[in-house]
Ligand binder design. Structure first.
Ligand code: PRP
Length: 262
């Protein structure tokens, strides 16, 4: 599962070992490694694991990269949310928790045995409120918006490309491209690393595709939701080989979690 770290020939091996503080050996000390997302899902993930009766790390603020559970049984990595499915697909971690939105966007080959009861949000198309003629949540196909200027934009002088080739700022380029392509809209996808609400404000994009939880960020930036692309929540992801090779341990964890989801 864990690949050996190659030691460069020009450096003495003991120097490398000293400068690499026990990360690889820590990985081998615990039978399972769990990748958890930093950021907004972090606290809910840890609380959920604790409620499920699993031992969690005592100090999640540590700079140490692999944190042992309090009872030493499991190791935890606090990873960037987008990296969780990557670690799990490659077997660098046996299990992980992340948002369904991230799993669908990254399209990693992982098992998803359980949706978890937190992290509810949606991935939505949003645009400037002053151009919206359609109440948020109105049914209908987004293609309507792309071909009927009056439906979405009432601003005079709106460039034709706004309707025929909308520019979409997003952290979700794959899901966005697919959403618009399925509706026959030739959207230009502008991938950003965060704060995509700036797109329409700065004239970089006509619309955004982003996660909406409370709706506060959209409101604060003069944007309204136009369509929901995906309903999301936290999900447990499991490496496919680990699921077979460590079936007893992993199933025990899944069953404990399942008790909290029913
Ligand atoms: C996410 C998302 C929105 C915001 C939505 O950003 O990108 O900006 O949360 O939440 P709300 O509906 O409750 O206001 P996050 O804080 O994760 O940071 P990011 O912008 O860097 O992605």
């Amino acid at each position: 599962m864990t690949s050996a770290v190659a030691v460069p020939s020009r450096a003495p091996a003991e120097t490398i070992e000293q400068s690499r503080p026990a990360a690889a050996s820590d990985r081998n000390q615990q039978s399972l490694l769990f990748a958890l997302p930093k950021g907004r899902l972090a606290q809910d993930s840890l609380s959920f694991l604790e409620q499920a009766g699993l031992s969690i790390p005592t100090d999640t603020e540590s700079r140490k990269l692999i944190l042992p559970a309090a009872d030493g049984s499991t190791g935890f990595v606090m990873a960037k949310p987008r990296d969780v499915p990557t670690y799990v697909e490659h077997g660098a971690a046996d299990l992980g928790i992340c948002g369904l939105d991230v799993v669908r966007e990254t399209d990693r080959a992982v098992y998803e045995p359980l949706l978890l009861p937190f992290g509810h949000c949606r991935l939505s198309v949003a645009g400037p409120a002053d151009e919206a003629a359609v109440p948020p949540g109105e049914s209908g196909d987004f293609a309507d918006l792309a071909v009927k200027p009056a439906t979405y934009s009432s601003s005079p002088g709106t460039p034709l490309r706004y309707m025929s080739q909308p520019r979409i700022a997003t952290e979700y380029p794959h899901l966005s491209r697919r959403f618009f392509a399925e509706r026959g809209v030739n959207a230009e996808i502008i991938a950003l690393g965060g704060s995509v609400e700036l797109g329409p404000i700065l004239g970089l994009a006509d619309l955004i595709v982003d996660v909406v939880q409370t709706g506060t960020t959209l409101r604060m930036n003069g944007l309204v939701e136009i369509r929901t692309i995906l309903e999301s929540q936290a999900v447990l992801v499991v490496n496919r080989a680990s699921y077979q090779l460590k079936a007893a341990e992993i199933n025990r964890i899944i069953e404990r979690m399942r008790l909290l989801t029913t």
